[in-house]
Design a protein around this ligand. Structure first.
Ligand code: DX5
Ligand code: ZN
Length: 215
């Protein structure tokens, strides 16, 4: 199992810094996790497809777009060059979610579904045929810098059981540090997101290696 690390864009404050962050991470990280918030599904409003386009133009790092949004413009993110587009299970009706996921896959982009801490992992059972990735939130979506919810490791284990031998990646997002990264990988996670831990580290490269290997 490959242990992938995806630093998130949430702590970054300007487009210029975003592009330089992406370039800096190209060698040490596996993906850039792009946090898109619409001011409706979550309170804050952050970057959108325009920034994804700029990142794609200026960096080679794969772009993992986490859309915390009620009615995201899927096409815009696909056209902007996203490699993964993840939608929230709670953000739309199941029929809409499925048609959106189909649209993403049709464009040869990986389709993901995310659940907030209150949503049962089992709720995703009907969605599995349409996804390449499941994103388990280990904090409430909305901002970086929150504390990791300990119940998340068990949720990853549940997701791993649910997925079985299907080719579906498991990603975890929120409050992740080297103290919890190994147990998340051991529980079945393939990709761990990190906002503040990597962003604030003196050596981001070292922080990424610590997350990969655990403490
Ligand atoms: C939370 C975002 C996360 C966040 C992670 O709404 O989806 O991706 O940036 O940041 P940390 O690792 O600081 O919790
Ligand atoms: Zn995220």
């Amino acid at each position: 199992m490959v242990r992938k690390i995806a630093p998130s864009t949430d702590p970054v404050r300007s487009l210029e810094e975003l592009v330089s962050y992406a370039k800096e991470l190209e060698e040490s990280a596996d993906l850039l996790h792009v946090d898109v918030m619409d001011g409706e599904f979550v309170e804050r409003e952050t970057i959108g497809a325009r920034e994804v386009r700029a990142l794609r133009k200026n960096s080679l790092i794969p772009l993992d777009c986490h859309l915390m949004a009620l009615s995201p413009d899927i096409e815009a993110f696909i056209e902007a060059g996203a490699n993964i587009v993840t939608l929230h299970y709670e953000a739309m009706k199941k029929s809409k979610l499925i048609s959106n996921l189909k649209k993403i896959r049709k464009a040869k982009v990986l389709a993901g579904v995310s659940i907030v801490p209150e949503t049962e992992v089992g709720a995703l059972k009907d969605i599995l045929p349409y996804v390449d990735l499941i994103l388990i939130m280990s904090v409430e979506p909305g901002k970086s810098g929150q504390k990791f919810l300990d119940t998340s490791t068990e949720r990853v284990r549940e997701a791993k059981l649910l997925v079985g031998d299907k080719r579906i990646l498991i990603e975890v997002d929120g409050g992740i540090t080297p103290e919890v990264s190994s147990s998340l990988f051991e529980a079945g996670a393939d990709i761990l997101v990190s906002g503040s831990y990597v962003y604030n580290a003196r050596s981001r490269k070292e922080a990424i290696e610590l997350l990969r290997n655990g403490k």
